[in-house]
Design a protein around this ligand. Structure first.
Ligand code: 6PG
Length: 248
């Protein structure tokens, strides 16, 4: 593990190692909390391998399913059973078989517009948290999983979008996505995502090399602005690492 711009960087050899390392992080987060645990999942293709892994041994038996609550950091504004739905993907990969239904907290999308969904989810998060203001001494989430898009977005916080600067609201609607799929989005805001003990990015594959080069050079992009009030860890596989990065 190395430290790079105030975040820890863990490099692994390949996507299978990335998923296994992410699973160990998730287990460590659950082991560190003997009470109610909150995990904020992410969408996209990067976490799929991890989600499938969590449904297999030895991971499955080590997760205290009754105590873990599962949230999602951003959602595509499509019906819950649409293949593009982020929580739908996580549900079919592992949650529906293993988590109590009342512990799964999807962003509702059967609303008039993304702003309506955002308001409902914000209410749900506040009520789960038990307060209307986030206290740094009491993070909302134990773990927040994140991915990085080709334009440097994370969750559905796109470069130059107004959602990026939102400080008061916990969740906002995003009428236009900057990258595919071009459907409106609903996203947790930076202060909400930051309210966690650990934020864990998973970045894998050659396609991510160009954006990682820009991010590691310190460009002011959403993924660089997403930081936990606790630990921020970037888990990157060899294919995604910028060329000649740190001599590796
Ligand atoms: C989404 C995501 C998004 C994703 C990145 C990376 O709804 O699309 O939550 O932020 O994490 O775009 O996506 P990939 O993992 O597919 O590269």
């Amino acid at each position: 593990m190395t430290s790079h711009g105030n975040r820890e960087l863990i490099t692994v050899a390949h996507p299978a190692a990335l998923a296994a390392t992410a699973a160990e992080h998730l287990l460590a987060c659950t082991a560190a909390n003997s009470g109610r645990i909150a995990i904020c999942l992410t969408g996209g293709s990067s976490p799929k391998r991890l989600y499938h892994l969590l449904a297999t041994e030895p991971y499955r038996s080590r997760i205290p399913w009754q105590r873990v609550h599962w949230f999602i950091g951003d959602e595509r504004f499509v019906p819950a059973d649409d293949p593009l739905n982020n929580m739908g993907m996580a549900r079919s990969a592992f949650l529906d078989r293993l988590a109590p239904a009342s512990n799964i907290h999807p962003i509702p999308t059967a609303t008039a517009d993304p702003a309506g969904s955002a308001a409902l989810y914000e209410q749900e998060l506040r009520s789960f948290y038990g307060a209307d203001t986030l206290d740094p001494a009491k993070p909302l989430f134990d773990l927040v999983l994140m991915g990085v898009g080709p334009d440097g977005h994370t969750a559905s916080l796109f470069p130059d979008g107004p959602a990026l600067d939102e400080q008061a609201r916990w969740v906002v609607g995003v009428p236009r996505a900057h990258v595919a799929p071009f459907v409106p989005r609903v996203t947790l805001t930076l202060p909400t995502l930051a309210s966690c003990r650990q934020m864990l990015f998973e970045v894998s594959g050659r396609d991510k090399r160009a954006i990682l080069t820009r991010l590691f050079a310190g460009e002011n992009l959403p993924a660089n602005r997403a930081r936990s009030i606790g630990e921020t860890v970037w888990l990157v596989d060899r294919e995604a690492l910028p060329e000649n990065f740190g001599g590796q």
